[in-house]
Design a protein around this ligand. Structure first.
Ligand code: ADP
Ligand code: ADP
Length: 233
């Protein structure tokens, strides 16, 4: 079943085209990797799919609902309740402990302190870093920080996790451990994952891989049924 669908998505930065008509279907429960060289448009695609950035042309549908044209309040609610994001650098709040960082999205959503703390500890345990729950990021290794960021991205139990070069800042071995954890925990929770990376090795962890070049996806791989008419290119 398709959970997220893009059709003919176009996005430029001034004169620089980043996406030149991208169509894809993300299937519920899969880990989809989008790979390609630096600058080919992967981050832009991820930002558009996650409702962080609006495309200039095309359509994005999430569970049958058009989201690229939705009001900012609708999009922001979607980002808070249905989507989780993980970036290259975990972007943890340096002044907070691991548990406080992970609890943050729940507190912002109105969950009580005690319940948020319990959930945070559960998630830190799930990703294998329960032992650093009361450490601040400065007292954690890169891998521990990224696992903590993963726990924070998943604590709200999103249906879709968007990951942008999630291991880009880690050494190979640590990166593989974090990825292994990401795959295990998202499959366990049946979370759909869209992962963008320029590292072929990372894409090896995905269920399916699409390649991007100069703002377009290889559509022979995308396997989408492009209806005739306005959705086509
Ligand atoms: P990737 O994630 O594959 O490295 P990006 O989506 O980051 O690709 O970038 C696609 C293209 O858009 C590149 O040419 C990049 O330089 C350009 N670009 C991305 N972000 C911006 C921005 N904020 N302002 C101007 N150009 C940008
Ligand atoms: P990624 O590693 O995800 O591809 P980049 O390192 O390309 O990201 O970009 C990091 C940030 O810089 C992003 O916010 C992106 O929008 C911005 N950016 C990328 N390329 C350019 C550009 N040519 N001009 C201005 N901003 C850019």
């Amino acid at each position: 079943m398709t959970i997220l669908q893009a059709r003919g998505v176009v996005r430029s930065y001034g004169q620089t085209p980043a996406l030149r008509g991208v169509s894809l279907d993300v299937h519920e429960g899969e880990i989809l990797a989008v790979t390609g060289p630096s600058g080919c448009g992967k981050s832009t695609l991820l930002h558009c799919l996650a409702g962080i950035m609006r495309p200039q042309e095309g359509e994005i549908h999430y569970r049958g609902q058009r989201i690229d044209t939705g009001s900012e309040s609708v999009r922001s609610k979607l980002r808070r309740t249905e989507f989780g994001v993980l970036f290259q650098f975990g972007q943890l709040v340096m002044e907070l402990t691991a548990a406080e960082n992970v609890a943050l999205p729940l507190l912002l959503a109105g969950t009580g302190r005690r319940e948020a703390r319990t959930a945070a500890l559960t998630w830190l345990d799930r990703v294998g870093v329960a032992d650093v729950a009361d450490n601040r990021p400065g007292q954690m290794s890169g891998g521990q920080q990224q696992r903590c960021a993963l726990a924070r991205a998943l604590v709200t139990e999103p249906r879709v996790l968007f990951a942008d070069e999630p291991t880009g800042a880690l050494d190979t071995l640590t990166g593989e451990q974090v990825l292994g954890q990401l795959v295990r925990v998202t499959h366990e929770q049946r979370t759909t994952v869209v992962l963008v990376t320029h590292e072929p090795r990372v894409a090896g962890y995905a269920d399916r891989e699409l390649t991007m070049r100069d703002g377009v996806l290889d559509e022979t791989e995308a396997g989408i049924a492009v209806p005739s008419g306005r959705h086509g290119r």
